[in-house]
Design a protein around this ligand. Sequence first.
Ligand code: HSE
Length: 428
Amino acid sequence: MGQRQAIGIGLLGLGTVGSEVYRLLLDHDALTRAVGRPLVVKRVAVARADRPRPVPAHLLTTDGWTVVNDAEVDIVVELIGGLEPARGYMLRALEAGKSVVTANKAVLAAYGPELYAQVQSSGGHLHFEASVGGGVPLIKPISESLAAARLTAIVAILNGTTNFILTRMAHSGWSFNDALAEAQRRGFAEADPTNDVDGHDAAAKLAILASVAFHCQITSDDVFREGVRSITPRDFAYAKELGYEIKPLAIARKHNGDVEARVHPALVPLDHPLAQVPDEFNAVLVEGVNVGRVVFSGRGAGGTPTATAVIGDIITVAKDLVAGVRGRSPIGTPVPARVRPIEDVAVPYYLSLQVVDRPGVFARVATVIGEEQVSIASIVQKSRSEIADAILVTHDAPGRAVQRVLARLRALDVVKAITNVIRVQDSL
Ligand code: HSE
């Protein structure tokens, strides 16, 4: 940074979050008070030059490398998203000893170890509070305030779009498609909703959170992922009858020798701390040996809340630069984790079947389940003339055993359909 008084900021991206970051950076007095030196935006890279921007023209460029290579830029704020060129920009900035603040969950969840290693070797800082939970502080409290907590579990709602969709299906009786259309209309869900509804977004966020919480290397590929497209109004009706909500969960647990990480819809008891987290809100429950349970919640998306998290990171980095501290990141030197295969993860399951309605049918279904050492906790059966809905909730059962049960049930002539299989989260 030399003897310059001001700390130079380079912005990559001026979309929803980038514009809000720029706006908040204009509050010079508050930032200068927080840091002790002024923060000055030196360069801003945008995808297209032909749109009106709230930024002086001489700061704008369409070439991200101009921002990364500018000698007056001390902190590169990466808000363009996607894997490349974002990863290249971040690596180059770190190699040059600059610091990086990013909201880019995809890059961190895929290439985190490469970036953290670069932080160690070249002395710049890397912070990413905005990558998980939008405006909800998670990375800093988990990596610093709870550093001595020995965290062993994360149970979370990390995707606002799917929480909105499932909330509307549960409480307004909408179909998945109607709820998705409303989420799109309100600007939560993208035109192609794959990233949210198939769990990619939550898997990346969980990989980052688990890596921070458990001090290990978890990537998106390590996270088991199942989307919410298959959930129907009928599932909500039966879940309610059995005393459950259905929520889009992201769960990670640290066991003695391995880590379990999964993203899927789950039935949660009505009195579970996450059961009543509504609409687009996020919530994260962590548990640690030395702290018990701690819950974080708030707005997990949106330009202004996410920009607030970015500014918080910029202040953290700027203070470290002023103090002459080098090479800080919420993840130090993470160790590789052994990931527990989903087949070995034992949880209760909700099985929704359609069976022929005649004597002895239920006994045959129960026999198959019992022979695979899976124990039934509760049953709801509703006759609909020739066919009956049979809804079963099991006790904890390994994924492997449930797959065997399903294969055998499919082969029974009295089972007309397996309409859904959803995991249950009945503890933490
Ligand atoms: N698409 C995300 C969500 C917000 O719905 O939660 C950005 O991380």
